[in-house]
Design a protein around this ligand. Structure first.
Ligand SMILES: NC(=O)c1ccc[n+]([C@@H]2O[C@H](COP(=O)([O-])OP(=O)(O)OC[C@H]3O[C@@H](n4cnc5c(N)ncnc54)[C@H](O)[C@@H]3O)[C@@H](O)[C@H]2O)c1
Length: 254
């Protein structure tokens, strides 16, 4: 991708915590943030060590943390450890998430709803709650939460996912307004369909349909989202808060 190198130095001296860093969009974001000069704390329940090894091999700085984003105590431990070691958390990117693409109003189970909303909506809340105090103490901070186009428009079969992602947008706006005067910016990136392991069971025919319906004529790559997240974590996000950036190749513009 042509995006590599365009952000060189933009996160120099910053420590950023990225969830979901073991795969897909989170891994690409971790790599691009490190390329931009950040010290990256790569958090996930799996895959985070490989991400850190890749960053180190490319000359970047990163460390791995095992973190289940639904666990408030685990969040506190990770934040305490990062603060003890580095003295600061400049940015948080809440990227970890799951999808369920078979759920309608009638088929959605309560267990499935609780699990999905627990990870995709409660997880980002716990993350923001864990980092806000050190950001306020430092007098600055940037948070980027990942929603989805499914949180913006109605889509079939993703009932709890749509609700959770819409909730992420509302939650982010609320926190953005609450802390705007304290120099903490909170923004949302809403991806369209991005080629990651999340779509492992989607058929090639369906992917071809999505591609055909996307004005730019291709599916999204994890780096397309990572580039926007890194921009918002850097100075580009200084006067931007409570906003939703849809990165979908024009899919919702039709
Ligand atoms: N791929 C897409 O088309 C797409 C579109 C819109 C939004 N998104 C969103 O982007 C984010 C990343 O998705 P992706 O496509 O990279 O998926 P992915 O499956 O490649 O990566 C998701 C990561 O989240 C981690 N994770 C899941 N549950 C966790 C938990 N409880 N604690 C910590 N980590 C956990 C997984 O281990 C995995 O590494 C998700 O929030 C997803 O909803 C993806």
């Amino acid at each position: 991708m042509a995006v590599a190198g365009q952000r060189a130095g933009t996160l120099e001296g910053k420590t950023v915590l990225i969830t979901g860093a073991g795969s897909g969009i989170g891994r690409a974001t971790a790599r691009l943030a490190a390329e931009a000069g950040a010290f990256v704390v790569a958090a996930d329940i799996k895959g985070q060590d490989e991400t850190v090894a890749g960053i180190a091999a490319a000359g970047g700085q990163a460390e791995a943390r095992q973190l289940d984003i639904t666990d408030a105590t685990a969040w506190q431990s990770v934040v305490d450890e990062v603060l003890a070691a580095r003295g600061r958390i400049d940015g948080l990117a809440n990227i970890a998430g799951i999808v369920s693409s078979t759920d309608t109003l009638l088929t959605q189970t309560e267990e499935g709803w609780d699990r999905l909303v627990g990870i995709d909506l409660k997880g980002p809340w716990l993350g923001m709650r864990a980092v806000i105090r050190p950001m306020l103490d430092a007098g600055a901070g940037k948070i980027v939460n990942i929603a989805s186009t499914a949180g913006l428009i109605g889509m079939p079969d993703v009932l709890a996912y749509s609700a959770a992602k819409g909730g992420v947008i509302a939650l982010s706006r609320q926190v953005a307004v609450e802390y705007a005067a304290e120099n903490v910016q909170v923004n949302v990136v809403a991806p369209g369909v991005i080629r990651t392991p999340m779509h492992g069971d989607v058929t090639p025919a369906l992917m071809a349909q999505v591609k055909a319906a996307t004005p730019v004529g291709r599916l999204g790559e994890p780096e397309d989202i990572g580039a926007m997240v890194v921009y918002l974590l850097g100075a580009g996000g200084d006067f931007v808060t409570g906003q939703v950036f849809t990165v979908d190749g024009g899919w919702t513009a039709r």
